[in-house]
Design a protein around this ligand. Structure first.
Ligand SMILES: [Zn+2]
Length: 410
């Protein structure tokens, strides 16, 4: 890296305290999804960017679902997208938190609060990098795209920007929590289904001679759907080493038993509803099912198979969420740039691994854009007492700046 690049990274390091204060202010603006409005947080970020002389474009395709897109650099040449989501999952019962979920307390080297790790910490680290990069010369474009709606599928956020607002790029870095030593480059597909059974209502005292029970219809077809659980993915040779490493990493985070989820289909019956009264034969019942599909397995194929198995049963199926498994190889420019960026700041490249959850990365990859995810790690993500190590904020911010420069061969 050039001397100019090193100076820029040093500048980001010196601004580390500001980044922590910025993260605190962002955490204190609740953006729980559902309900999903990020308007106040987006306004705060827009004002912050404007204070640095950067004017973001405000997109609001649905009330409260605000995306901010800010471009740096000339329109020709390569484009690097820096992406983060402003929405957070609900905090749940505040009494279960040791510190108030929106207080953003800084204690014991941690910053506490809902979204601290997932991913207002990461968003703030991106902002820190953008602040320094705005004064740099690079032969291409850096597009900061901060979005809503990631926690509920991305329809109004990243997906909308890609499909409706002309967002394009040659690589994308998403600040999802990974920890400074890891970058996630692949994920399983998601197939969320809602099954709806219609019955024929009758007096409960006449069942089963009269009426048709919708609850029993649903219960009858569930075992068939659960049979797809445990089916193996077929990993290409190029990913075998990464799969083995990912399993070892996952074992440390979620336990040995959980690692099977990386290369097998998982099925969760998350919601089962039906009936109105004990003495009435239910005329309607629903089940919502979360199926995750490993690399080498087809989500579309599974859906077809399930639809075929329901033929003639009186149970209909609706797709709530759908994506195929997807990944980016470590040879992609954005991954190589991240390896250089992390090596410059931390002395070593991150391990490129597979995640077991899904994220907005799928929308970018579906649009043909290679994606790496890299951001501050944390604890309590989607649980109680979420927190991010404060030192990760400045470190990741420096890595982002260095990665952006490396993306343009600077
Ligand atoms: Zn996230």
């Amino acid at each position: 890296m050039s001397a100019t690049a090193h100076r820029l990274i040093d500048q980001v390091a010196r601004d580390g305290d500001d980044i922590v204060a910025l993260a605190q202010r962002l955490i204190r603006i609740p953006t729980e999804n559902p309900l999903g409005s990020v308007t106040a947080a987006a306004a705060f970020v827009a004002e912050t960017l404007e204070g640095w002389g950067i004017r973001p474009v405000w997109h609001e395709p649905s009330p409260g679902r605000v995306s901010l897109v800010a471009s740096l650099g000339p329109d020709d040449g390569r484009t690097l997208i820096l992406n983060g989501h402003l929405d957070v999952v609900p905090a749940g019962d505040p009494a279960r938190w040791t510190r108030s979920p929106f207080s953003a307390e800084h204690a014991d080297g941690w910053l506490w609060g809902r979204g601290a790790a997932d991913m207002k910490g990461g968003v703030t680290a991106l902002l820190g990098a953008v602040r320094a990069l705005r004064n740099a010369d690079f032969p291409g474009r850096i597009v900061l795209a901060l979005v809503p709606d990631e926690e509920t599928g991305g329809r109004w956020g990243s997906r909308w920007l890609l499909e409706q607002a002309g967002l394009v790029g040659d690589g994308c870095l998403i600040a999802e929590p990974s920890g400074p030593g890891v970058s996630t480059i692949g994920q399983r597909g998601a197939l969320w289904l809602r099954l709806l059974a219609s019955g024929v209502p009758a007096h409960g005292s006449l069942s089963p001679y009269v009426g048709r029970n919708a609850v029993l219809e649903i219960i009858g077809i569930l075992p068939g759907i659960l049979r797809v659980a445990g089916r193996s993915g077929a990993f290409p040779a190029e990913l075998q080493g990464i799969l083995a490493e990912s399993k070892a990493w996952m074992a440390t985070l979620a336990g040995e038993a959980a690692t099977a989820a990386l290369d097998h289909v998982t099925v969760n019956v998350g919601v089962l509803r039906g009936g109105t009264k004990v003495s009435v034969v239910p005329d309607e019942a629903t089940a919502e099912i979360d199926i995750r599909v490993p690399i080498g397995c087809s989500a579309a194929g599974l859906r077809q198979e399930i639809e075929a198995s329901l033929a003639g049963t009186g149970v209909s199926v609706e797709t709530l969420d759908f994506s195929e498994p997807n990944y980016t190889m470590p040879e992609a420019r954005v991954a190589r740039a991240l390896a250089i960026g992390a090596t410059t700041v931390l002395g070593a490249p991150p391990a490129f691994l597979l995640q077991w959850a899904t994220s907005d990365a799928r929308h970018f990859r579906a649009a043909g854009i290679p994606v790496v995810q890299y951001g501050p790690s944390g604890k309590g993500i989607h649980g109680f007492d979420e927190a991010v190590p404060v030192e990760h904020l400045a470190l990741c911010s420096q890595v982002y700046a260095a990665t952006a420069l490396a993306f343009f061969d600077l």
